[in-house]
Design a protein. Structure first.
Length: 264
């Protein structure tokens, strides 16, 4: 678990460094077009204002950076979880268990264990391995259903936390990004209303502060949602796959235990 956390933090640090370099590049903070220059498109203006909003001199820039930090850690956690769930722990359950059941039915428990050993880092094979090892210990005598079930339960309790750990943080980062976007929105509106309500300000300056406040409000809103929406999608995909793996373990282990105890 410690190694996994170190990997996530290392990946987050790399992404954070790259994002910081990206946002601090002078070319991204493009200046307003000079007189006589061709007017840029609306999309170009949007991205120009968006990247400018990360400058510390801009209103609500602190909220933009906080959301950016949330995005960095979300990318790191999503990448680690996707790899662990879909690559490290995933296996073709039906194909794998068909081969295991074939070996168990033929009394070749040691060959079945050897097959599990080749993929013991994956979720289902590691649990099957625990049950088969307990069965081998009882080989030659009556197989105890409860003893095998306890071994399987122990293996399951070891693997489930590894499948589910840190997934909840992805949902948390989604909510936090949305809320910080909302805070930035409120902050920008406060600036706008304060400018309009200030009688000492000239009208042109009121208009400038009003536009700046609204712009800050909208930038933080869209940035928060841009981080939150992919997090929600990734969280749903990860938790759905995790649930499927756990359900496959429960289904196939019940069938395997019944097969082993029924044959003796």
């Amino acid at each position: 678990m410690k190694k996994s956390i170190e990997k996530v933090m290392g990946l987050a640090l790399v992404v954070l460094m790259n994002v910081t370099m990206l946002f601090s590049t002078n070319t991204l903070f493009a200046q307003e077009p000079a007189a006589g220059e061709t007017q840029v498109s609306g999309t170009a203006v949007f991205f120009q204002k968006f990247f400018q909003s990360f400058k510390w001199s801009e209103d609500a820039s602190s909220y933009m950076w906080i959301i950016a930090f949330c995005a960095v850690f979300a990318v790191a956690m999503i990448s680690e979880r996707l790899y662990f769930i879909f690559v490290r722990s995933n296996v073709d359950a039906n194909k794998f268990m068909a081969e295991i059941r074939k070996l168990v039915a033929g009394g070749n428990l040691k060959k079945a264990i050897a097959l599990c050993e080749t993929a013991k880092d994956k979720a289902l094979p590691s649990v099957v391995l625990a049950g088969l090892k307990r069965a081998v210990e009882k080989e030659g005598g009556p197989l105890d259903f409860r003893a095998i079930q306890n071994a399987v339960d122990e293996g399951t309790l070891e693997i489930i936390p590894k499948l589910t750990e840190r997934s909840g943080y992805i949902a948390m980062l989604s909510n936090v990004s949305t809320l910080f976007g909302l805070m930035g929105t409120v902050y920008g509106l406060i600036i706008s209303f304060a400018a309009v309500a200030n009688p000492s300000l000239p009208e042109d300056q009121k208009a400038l502060l009003l536009a700046g406040g609204i712009s800050a409000a909208m930038q933080t809103t869209i940035w928060g949602l841009s981080v939150a929406i992919p997090c929600i999608i990734a969280y749903t995909i990860i938790t759905t796959k995790t649930t499927k793996i756990i359900d496959e373990m429960d289904e196939h282990m019940v069938k395997l235990i019944n097969l082993m105890t029924g044959n003796r």
